[in-house]
Design a protein around this ligand. Structure first.
Ligand code: ZN
Length: 276
């Protein structure tokens, strides 16, 4: 699933290709990709100019004149991209926005868990999912981060992936940040020391920044706005590497279920320790 760095990469790639353009026509191939009324969705988009492309949590948001917000949740395999001229839509292309001059935006989604919706600013702000999103991890200061994590009884991995606690992080970057901070994924937040919280905050921001610089990762089906794969998966230290040696200590990496997701970790570098 695309996480913060992947969606950030898509937004950055899409922005120069679509900003200043106008949605001339809408081809909704798979109406169920729309959250809400699909007729109203198409009516709302017709003729709107695109003023900005941004990310909030794992959501990709195109700000349209009006104002109106075109919001994509990519979920498992959703892709929003601008194909090169002449490229035809595929069998998983659910939505095509015609921006004129043979420029199109495709929304593809093989697994069909993703969706798109068009909301007014008031609708966006009153949408429960959006309203309840936690702070952005790259903007949260150590003090803010500590404030939202410290003292909670839940396991730290669960908290990092909880979009209401902190936004944009999923299995990949939670595993990587916990490894870099030397914290076992099952550690209860309340048992983390001040130093561990500080290290986690630092490493979380670092891995997210590095991943953005690398254009995100290309696990599963992720592609950037031009349909190009990111490179950060080559830098994964533990994610998806169960049974392989730890890059630090060569102990075989283990895997454990946390909140229904498998978590890769090093049993030695991330040994569970009591608060000191
Ligand atoms: Zn290790």
């Amino acid at each position: 699933m695309p996480e913060l760095p992947e969606v950030e990469t898509i937004a950055a790639g899409l922005s120069p290709l679509v900003c200043g353009r106008t949605i001339r026509d809408i081809h909704l191939v798979y109406p169920r990709a729309v959250r809400g009324d699909d007729q109203e969705f198409q009516r709302r988009l017709q003729g709107r100019g695109i003023s900005a492309v941004r990310r909030r949590a794992k959501l990709l948001i195109l700000d349209l004149d009006g104002p109106l917000h075109l919001v994509f949740h990519l979920k498992m395999t959703g892709k929003v991209w601008v194909p090169q001229k002449g490229v035809q839509p595929g069998k998983h292309t659910h939505l095509i926005l015609d921006l004129g001059d043979e420029v199109y935006v495709f929304f593809d989604d093989q697994r069909r868990f993703g969706y798109v919706t068009a909301l007014t600013p008031l609708e966006l702000e009153s949408w429960d999912f959006y309203r309840n999103l936690g702070p952005e991890p790259l903007q949260a200061t150590l003090q803010e981060f500590t404030g939202i994590i410290q003292g909670r009884k839940a396991r730290i991995k669960s908290l990092l992936m909880d979009q209401k606690v902190i936004a944009g992080i999923g299995n990949i970057y939670a595993d990587e940040a916990l490894y870099m901070a030397g914290i076992h994924p099952c550690t209860r937040a309340v048992d983390l020391s001040v130093d561990q919280l500080s290290s986690l905050h630092h490493n979380l921001q670092q891995v997210l920044r590095e991943a953005i610089l690398a254009g995100g990762s290309s696990f599963r089906d992720y592609r950037n706005a031009l349909g190009v794969a990111g490179l950060f998966q080559e830098n994964f230290k533990v994610y998806g590497k169960k049974g392989l040696p730890c890059p630090e200590c060569s102990t075989n990496l283990g895997s454990i279920r946390v909140s229904g997701r498998s978590s890769c970790f090093c049993p030695r570098c991330q040994a569970e320790k009591s608060k000191s």
